[in-house]
Design a protein around this ligand. Structure first.
Ligand code: FAD
Ligand code: NAP
Length: 314
């Protein structure tokens, strides 16, 4: 349906940053509209236990995000299942086009589009995506019951994915290009104590090997980065967990960016290079990238938007 809707504050994104902005903007009586995007609830919907969000000793990521959505809704935030495909920040009111056909105009915009999984960029990885190659253990782990699988990466995500996948797989090989993990110590400790997990240090994925009828992975070729030696590992699943890149496509030619695509904000603020446009969460933050820091920035963005709008009305 084609329609145009105006709002004081348009929030783009439904992760911890977006929903927290929704709570605060609603309580400031700004009647925000929040557009959820392709991944309602954001990155935490792709994980299981979250143990470091204050107030929850342990909570499932998807459950936490449902609670945040319900909280924003209860405060009066309108939540819309749509994807913004085009955003014009060159004049006010700002204009955002939704995939649904709806056009949103807004006096202020809060960008909270977060980050998306990175891929290695190998042709064979692309060829077997969805047929044995995945970036989401929570989504796809169940398909590998009793199978051997590999996880690529050495950060929190790779270690958590490897641990989670031991619920299904007979063996998990964690392949890391160095011999030091950058994951939290508590996670490394669990990894090292798990008999099903076999770390393979100083190696990188060279090629995913598989067959086409039926289409599926049968193994991988890995290279020892110290000796150059290539070896093969049989496996049915390949989980790529090498980090995330900011989802700044909508604004890359309109806002100042830093560190290869993160939206720049003024120090101690969420104000971007365009007045009236604020950014929060993983979209701006190449350093902390946590649910709680994203939520904190979502709060800041709503307060910054409220103050900026009040100043325009004076
Ligand atoms: P995201 O959660 O990335 O959400 C982005 C939102 O923007 C999504 O809703 C998406 O649909 C929306 N969006 C994107 N583009 C558009 C568009 N064009 N139009 C409309 N909407 C759009 N952090 C922790 O603190 N503890 C943990 O235990 C933890 N575990 C993690 C496990 C995994 C597997 C991963 C991947 C991350 C984990 N993190 C954890 C990090 C945490 O998930 C992120 O820091 C946090 O989700 C970032 O929140 P955000 O609101 O900035 O964005
Ligand atoms: P990350 O911390 O950026 O780690 C990425 C890992 O992948 C690194 O070990 C890196 O190797 C490796 N890597 C990157 N590019 C590679 C390539 N081309 N080939 C091979 N290996 C490659 O990413 P993340 O683990 O997804 O974490 C992202 C953020 O979310 C972090 O801030 C993290 O703390 C947070 N997070 C938190 C939790 C939690 O709190 N429990 C859980 C998940 C994520 P090098 O080490 O050699 O650089």
């Amino acid at each position: 349906m084609t329609e145009t809707r105006h709002t004081r504050v348009l929030i783009i994104g439904s992760g911890p940053a977006g929903y927290t902005a929704g709570v605060y903007a609603s309580r400031a009586m700004l009647q925000p509209i929040l557009v959820q995007g392709l991944e309602p609830g954001g990155q935490l919907t792709t994980t299981t236990e979250v143990e470091n969000f204050p107030g929850f000793t342990e909570v499932q990521g998807p459950d936490l995000m449902i609670k945040m959505q319900e909280h924003a809704q209860a405060m009066g935030c309108e939540i819309v299942g749509d994807i913004i495909t085009d955003l014009d920040l060159s004049k006010r009111p700002f204009t955002a086009k939704g995939d649904s056909g709806t056009t949103y105009t807004a006096d202020a915009v809060i960008l909270a589009t977060g980050a998306r999984a990175k891929w290695l960029g190998l042709p064979s990885e692309e060829a077997f995506k969805g047929f044995g190659v995945s970036a989401c253990a929570t989504c796809d782990g169940f398909f590998y019951r009793g199978q051997e699988i590999v996880v690529i990466g050495g950060g929190n995500t790779a270690v958590e994915e490897a641990l989670f996948l031991t619920n299904f797989a007979s063996k998990v090989t964690l392949i890391h290009r160095r011999d030091e993990l950058r994951a939290e110590k508590i996670l490394i400790d669990r990894l090292m104590k798990n008999d099903k997990i076999h770390p393979l240090w100083h190696h990188q994925l060279e090629e995913v090997v598989g067959e086409n009828d039926p289409k599926g992975v049968t193994g991988i070729k890995v290279k020892n980065v110290q000796t150059g030696e290539i070896s093969e590992i049989p496996c049915k699943g390949v989980f790529v967990a090498i980090g995330h890149a900011p989802a700044s496509e909508l604004v890359k030619d309109q806002l100042e960016l830093h560190n290869g695509g993160y939206v720049s904000v003024q120090p101690g603020s969420t104000a971007t290079s365009v007045p009236g446009v604020f950014a929060a969460g993983d979209l701006t933050d190449h350093k902390y990238r946590q649910a709680v820091t994203s939520a904190g920035m979502g709060c800041m963005a709503a307060l910054d938007a409220e103050h900026w709008l009040a100043a325009q009305d004076d």
